[in-house]
Design a protein. Sequence first.
Length: 159
Amino acid sequence: MNSDVVSNTFSKEFGPKSGKAFARSLAKAQSWYKKYKTADDIPDALLPESYDFRNIDGFDFTNPLRDQGGCGSCYTVSFTQVIESRLKLRYGTKIPVLSPQYLMTCSYLNEGCDGGWSFFHGYLGENGYFVSEKCAPYKHSTKDDKCGNYEKCQPIAKT
């Protein structure tokens, strides 16, 4: 795995093999979207003081953290980490580390390491797919990189 990916300390193993405790944690994590159609539908009085995906009844629904290095990719690095957590919350399964490099290189609506808008990555995810960090490693640069470099990458997730 790329040296820019830093492991989180999981308090409990993530996933169905963790048994009934995991099933309760997942049900708690999924209760919001199952009960309410939109975030605006949740009554303010029901919102908790804090909600941390790193610890929902002892289970960590995040993937490893990433250092963006000298590339202006905060919009992409943060987006991939949010999508990883959302997919874990939605499906209750482990999610591979997603590739920010693929998104920066293949999303023509953004400017690679010169910045951009994460919602354009959402557009690419809705109309395309995501690939793994293993197939499209983060390089701290998009200079001389092209989307064709990742044509053999298999889709990881379609939102």
